[in-house]
Design a protein around this ligand. Sequence first.
Ligand code: SAH
Ligand code: SF4
Length: 405
Amino acid sequence: MSLAPSSSSPYGDPALNSNLPPPLARTPDDWTQAVRPLGARTFHAKQLFRWLHGRGVLDPTRMTDLPVPLRDALATGDLAHVPSIANQWRSLDGTRKLLIALADQSTVETVLIPAVSGPKARLPSPLACDDADAAAAVDDDDDLETTDTARVRVTQCISTQVGCAMGCAFCASGVAGLKRHMTADEIVAQVLLARSALDDGEQLTNVVLMGMGEPLHNYDATVQAIRLLGHPDGLALSSRRITVSTSGLVPEIARLGHDFGGNLGLAVSLHAADDELRSLLMPINRKYPLADLLAALRAYPLPRRRRITIEYTLIDQKNAGLTDARRLAKLLRGIPVKVNLIPMNAIAASAMRPPPLDVVLAFQRVLVEAGYSCFIRRRRGDDVSAACGQLALLGAKPKVRVGRD
Ligand code: SAH
Ligand code: SF4
């Protein structure tokens, strides 16, 4: 992140801060170090952190309780090149997709998914679920502070890499390969920026790392971002309300379990119940075959009442048959999981297609009869190419568009 010089400021040259983490990845203590050479005080650092992380205000000119010279120094220095919303689209179902521009002109996408309606709608229906449900493995709301129970809960799906190196055959994010990892600062920026895209009465309650990229391939930045989202002076989003989705990087699953003691939602993209097929769909399976992956899931330290989410994208004529369903039921036996079936969302780069509904329902029936909680994920944001696996490197051309040009 480059810092513009501001030597005319009485607060000095913010470039002195280059040994600190990038601005949006700084804790209040880091900010204290950053603003002290500028003549500002510890409480200014706290106020600044609150503006950024508590209120989602990234524009220093709006930080009204900071001294004007400090605001000016930040505007031309540390906060001059933070990510911004380059475009946004609203689906007919209320889902919003934001295109985020990073400092090097790369773009990533993030999606806001409001719960369908009131508290009752959050209860799992026998048939369908949202990503919001996938977000949780959280089966209770004990840790959710809200002043108004009528608020609409919003789940945000965020990206962790520009592109993805994993090359899954059915996924738009993998098609162009990995351009680069995102920094913790950039990962967090998606959540801070999205505050301005929330409607009145909406509250961000869950974050899922299911956007572009493989979060565990970018482990350190991902964990740093999760910790920042949980900072008590900022968003204070408990890691229990955050779900990391992985294609199955076995050593990092173990590391995640160790680092969060199980207090972090885990979703695993399985998509096949035998190694041959899984390796075909997901090249990562050649490195970490199913036996290793399942061993990592068995070892994951899950608190009581929580389950690992298994994501299974159903692809016609590939992995959606009754034999596949029975094999999956057998494979997962004894592991505390719930299964989310995702009828494949079509992408331009692949001829693969979702199966017909009766095939999806038959697949679900096998799992339900075997005793699993098994949901079919509702398709959200499809009209703005915001559905699972449709987040492409350059942003798609949607039909309905709102916001800045
Ligand atoms: N890299 C991580 C997280 C991002 S992908 C992972 O693979 O888990 C989020 C989810 O979308 C994964 O379960 C992924 O398999 C699924 N997905 C990818 N492409 C899809 C598509 N075209 N249709 C439906 N789901 C898809
Ligand atoms: Fe990467 Fe996940 Fe897409 Fe696979 S499904 S290419 S791991 S983003």
